[in-house]
Design a protein around this ligand. Structure first.
Ligand SMILES: N[C@@H](Cc1c[nH]c[nH+]1)C(=O)O
Length: 363
């Protein structure tokens, strides 16, 4: 019988997966570091209002909240580190020159699991570029995400672009929609509900058909409304710098609550669901807004698909072996597992090799 040790949506990472996760995290952060992104390590929990108000339309209901007995205030456990990096950039690092490049990695907690992803606690690793949200910023950020995944040995990566504020832009200008119906229109477009869209604003129907492989989708969108020309040029320029499969789904909103002109989801062949997301957004501080661009990767699905695994070559060091030889082999990259009592065996210690006559012999 397996009785639940942990609540639904939570899991312990055991060996070798915990090591694989740490390796992937280090690989992503290492790639980011090499591009000038320095690490921040925000607090696990913070005042709820600060977290919720920092990014426009970030969802307060995503966070696990509680009243802190010490401060008597409502705290939230972070559901997304991006908002925290925004807080740090806007306050303690406000005086740093822009653009400011920061990276992060750590657990995040959601109040509820999403339909297709049962996890509530996940390991989030990412980069934020604060002070710019133009094409150059998007190219850098998306490029680093792709490079980091390649460095981590993840293959078959693809990116699905979206234009999160597209409906707002069209509704405010060329294709007016009554304000009270915009939310419903957005939801129906997101759900690709053609009948529902036709009821509210039939002019928007071509947007549903514009989803698909990047090139043709972009061409269809270009024919849709001239008001989008500069955005679409920007999108084309971002895509041109990326050497992975690209798609475009202009009305996808799910998971892009606070992103503005550009959003993207990352996928990899053989990996369940999205492995990450990113895009442009604004950080709000004292009524002013600062543009930013970033991406977050979720490491657990990658680990589940086998990424970050190593060959697990473990060398068993029998009792009485010369410690200097084992030390030399460790320096050469071996993992050594020392026998601590006579009945220890290489098999019990999951070793692939054994130290015999001063050298590593396969078992
Ligand atoms: N933090 C966002 C992705 C993102 C990072 N920067 C901008 N957007 C997410 O996990 O969905």
């Amino acid at each position: 019988m397996t009785s639940a040790l942990l609540p639904a949506g939570f899991h312990d990472r055991l060996p070798p997966r915990a090591d694989a996760a740490a390796r992937l995290e280090a690989c992503v952060l290492g790639t980011a570091f090499a591009h000038g992104y320095e690490r921040t390590d925000p607090a696990l929990a913070e005042f709820e209002e600060g977290l919720a108000s920092r990014l426009k339309a970030a969802r307060r209901q995503d966070a696990v909240r509680f009243i802190d007995p010490v401060s008597q205030r409502s705290l939230a456990i972070r559901p997304d580190i991006t908002a925290q990096v925004g807080r740090i950039a806007a306050t303690r690092m406000a005086h740093h020159p822009r653009p400011l490049r920061l990276s992060y990695g750590g657990p995040v907690l959601k109040l509820r699991a999403a339909d297709l992803a049962p996890e509530r606690e996940r390991l989030q690793v990412g980069c934020e570029l604060i002070g710019l949200d133009n094409v150059a910023a998007a190219r850098e950020v998306a490029g680093i995400a792709v490079e980091a995944l390649a460095a981590a040995g993840v293959t078959g990566v693809s990116i699905d672009f979206t234009l999160p504020d597209l409906v707002d832009v069209l509704a405010a200008g060329p294709l007016p929609v009554p304000a009270e119906r915009i939310d419903a229109l957005r939801d129906r477009l997101d759900a690709k509900d053609a009948g529902g869209v036709a009821e509210i604003a039939p002019d928007y129907l071509p947007l549903i058909e514009a989803a698909g492989p990047f090139g043709p989708a972009l061409t269809r969108l270009r024919g849709f409304d001239g008001a989008l020309a500069s955005r679409l040029d920007g999108l084309a320029a971002v895509a041109a710098g990326l050497d992975v499969a690209l798609t475009l789904d202009p009305t996808e909103r799910h998971g892009f609550e606070y992103q503005t002109w550009l959003g993207f989801s990352l996928f990899a062949e053989g990996v369940r669901g999205e492995i990450g997301r990113g895009g442009a957004y604004a950080i709000v501080e004292n009524g002013t807004e600062e543009p930013a661009m970033g991406f977050s990767l979720y490491i657990d699905q990658l680990v589940e698909a086998g990424a970050g695994a190593d060959a697990r070559r473990r060398l068993f060091v029998p009792l009485g072996s010369d410690p200097a030889i084992a030390a030399g082999l460790r320096r050469a990259g071996w993992v050594t597992v020392a026998a601590l009592e006579p009945r220890d065996t290489a098999q019990a210690q999951l070793c692939t090799h054994i130290l015999a006559d001063g050298e590593a012999r396969p078992i």
